[in-house]
Structure formats: structure tokens, C-alpha cells
Design a binder for this molecule. Structure first.
Ligand SMILES: [Zn+2]
Length: 159
């Protein structure tokens, strides 16, 4: 058995009137997250964790914010590319643990829907996914959201 662990972190500022996406799920909230793409902070952190576990270039190297192709792009595209690289190397995702850092929106009412969305996007059972919401408790100014996560990839040894 071979295993690889990856760490992902991302943060985005709020932008009024933009649609908020978390884990590929549309969340009803007056602010979205500023960014070149749809600003899905959770999918960006997950994508980077997967790419990091594989030792591949990170999300910023693969999908430059200077590249017009990714302007307003769905972050699902970035995740799909990372998943393609997982399959190419013969690995599968064992589990994923994420912390969403935000004072608002509250994560808890959306937790199970976000897990369900990630489960579909990643093709793994939702019991192998953990989403935790954390308030800042006074740390930094509340102008956006951040996310960190760890992912474990594994494969059986050949031969
Ligand atoms: Zn991002």
C-alpha cells in the first residue's frame, strides 16, 4: 500500500453581489468570493491538497489568474484536472478533512449539502469527507473566507 498526504489552503475576500460557491454548491448569501474564477475557496483548497499530495504543480501554476480562459470559470474544472492526475498515477482518494474559516455565512446549516456535493464531485462516499466550520474568534478582520484541508491518497502496490 502506498499513501500520500496533501495539504491545501486558500482564502478569498468577499465581493458584494457575486454568487457564493462552496464545494461546488451555490450558497444563498449577499456576498460571493472575489477571484479570477468563481472563487470557490473550498474547491481551490481541495484541488491544491490533491495536487500537493501527487507532487504536481499547484493550482496557481496550472490555472494562472492571468489566463483569460479561467476568467469566471467554474472551479469544478480545476478539481477535474486534479482528479484526472490522481487516476493517471493509479491513486484514489481515501479521505478528505476540511476546515472552513468564516464568521458568516454559518457553515453548519450547509455542512451536509456541501459534503454531498463534494462526494459527487470527488466520487467518494460522504462518510470519507469531513467539513468543519470555524469562527475566527477575533483573529484578523472578517472580510472573507479561508479554507484548509488535508487529503489522503492511496493505492495498492503493483505485483
Ligand atoms: Zn482560490
Amino acid at each position: 500500500m502506498k499513501v500520500k498526504v496533501g495539504l491545501g489552503f486558500d482564502s478569498h475576500e468577499f465581493e458584494e453581489g457575486k454568487t457564493l460557491y462552496l464545494g461546488g454548491l451555490k450558497i444563498d448569501f449577499p456576498y460571493g468570493l472575489r477571484g479570477h474564477s468563481d472563487g470557490d475557496v473550498l474547491l481551490h483548497a481541495v484541488t491544491d491538497a490533491i495536487l500537493g499530495a501527487l507532487g504536481e504543480p499547484d493550482i496557481g501554476e496550472l490555472f494562472s489568474d492571468k489566463d483569460e480562459r479561467w476568467k469566471g470559470a467554474s472551479s469544478r474544472l480545476f478539481l477535474e484536472e486534479a482528479l484526472r492526475r490522481v487516476r493517471d498515477k493509479g491513486y484514489e482518494i481515501f479521505n478528505l478533512d476540511c476546515v472552513l474559516i468564516a464568521d458568516e455565512p454559518k457553515v453548519s446549516p450547509h455542512k451536509s449539502a456541501i459534503k454531498e456535493s463534494l462526494s459527487k464531485l470527488l466520487g467518494i462516499p460522504s462518510e470519507n469527507i469531513s467539513i468543519k466550520g470555524k469562527r475566527r474568534e477575533g483573529f484578523c478582520e472578517a472580510k472573507g473566507m479561508a479554507c484548509m484541508c488535508v487529503v489522503l491518497l492511496g493505492k495498492l502496490d503493483e505485483g
